[in-house]
Design a protein around this ligand. Structure first.
Ligand code: APR
Length: 254
């Protein structure tokens, strides 16, 4: 492990432009279940229908009633999100950003924990559960800025349909976030890939593009993933332990 931490830290310090991609595994130590694997929500309840967005557009009032009174897997997820706090993994990434080693973080997580940990250059590719977004003008609002008496609620700016900022299955990634992710991934020659099974696109495509350009991937995951074969270094443990250890090694070698 010592050698891997050294190798990972040297990759970060020798790279020209480092970014991170994170997934549900990063928030497991904050009490939020992952989606796949042994304790995954989808493993337990089954994958949700892939046409979530179509169903939202077909009956937005019903979708909002379900959103405001979630059942089954969504109940478990929203309850865990409400209680969660950032863990040492989130804080280590925020500190690497503050040190100028990490340039940006692309997260698939909707849990707001990176922001709470102080991340600045953050791209939430699947949205943020504390925000509401207009499907027409893409304006975003804090949850409590919106009045839910009339369902579906309407955009205060353009009158468009409002939905949770979280990206539903079958929904296109909002163009502003996707553009930002693409810019960062195109610039990067090194990526920390923490807590993701790397099975959902377009997010999973970014590390592969970096590896195919000859860039370095550093995987932080207790279990192998679809990306392991592309990785320069693997830190096979919980991100709440591996990322602080990596941060310390970077400090020591800098
Ligand atoms: N630390 C680091 N990684 C962990 C930890 C931990 N403590 N515990 C589990 N993992 C790893 C698992 O081995 C797995 O590879 O985290 C990964 C979680 O994978 P998924 O549950 O598939 O989550 P993710 O990759 O984020 O899913 C992508 O799928 O369902 C959609 O929109 C949802 O954003 C999500 C997307």
């Amino acid at each position: 492990m010592e050698l891997d931490l050294d190798a990972a830290a040297r990759c970060l310090l020798e790279a020209r432009y480092v970014i991170a991609l994170t997934g549900a595994g990063l928030s497991v130590e904050s009490g939020i279940p992952p989606f796949r694997g042994p304790n995954g929500l989808w493993t337990k309840y089954g994958e949700p229908p892939m046409n979530g967005y179509e169903r939202f557009l077909a009956d937005p009032r019903k979708a909002w009633e379900e959103r405001l009174n979630p059942q089954g897997p969504m109940r478990e997820l929203w309850d865990a999100l409400a209680r969660a706090e950032p863990n040492p993994g989130h804080h280590a990434l925020a500190e690497l950003e503050e040190m100028g080693v990490l340039q940006a973080t692309i997260t698939q997580n909707v849990d707001n924990l990176h922001r709470m940990a102080g991340a600045v250059r953050l791209l939430e590719i699947h949205g943020n559960a504390t925000l509401i977004r207009c499907v027409q003008c893409v304006a975003r609002f804090e949850r409590d800025e919106i009045d839910y008496v009339q369902l579906p609620p309407r955009c205060p700016r353009c009158g468009g349909l409002l939905k949770s900022d979280t990206v539903s299955f079958g929904e296109p990634i909002p163009p502003d976030v996707l553009a930002g992710c693409t810019v960062e991934a195109d610039r990067a020659d090194c990526m920390i890939v923490a807590g993701t099974s790397a099975t959902v696109y377009p997010a999973a495509g970014f590390p592969i593009a970096i590896a195919e350009r000859g860039g370095d991937l550093i995987e932080v995951n207790p279990y192998p993933s679809d990306l392991t074969a592309f990785c320069r270094v693997r830190l096979p443990g919980p991100s709440g332990e591996m990322l602080p250890a990596l941060l310390e090694r970077v400090r020591a070698l800098r």
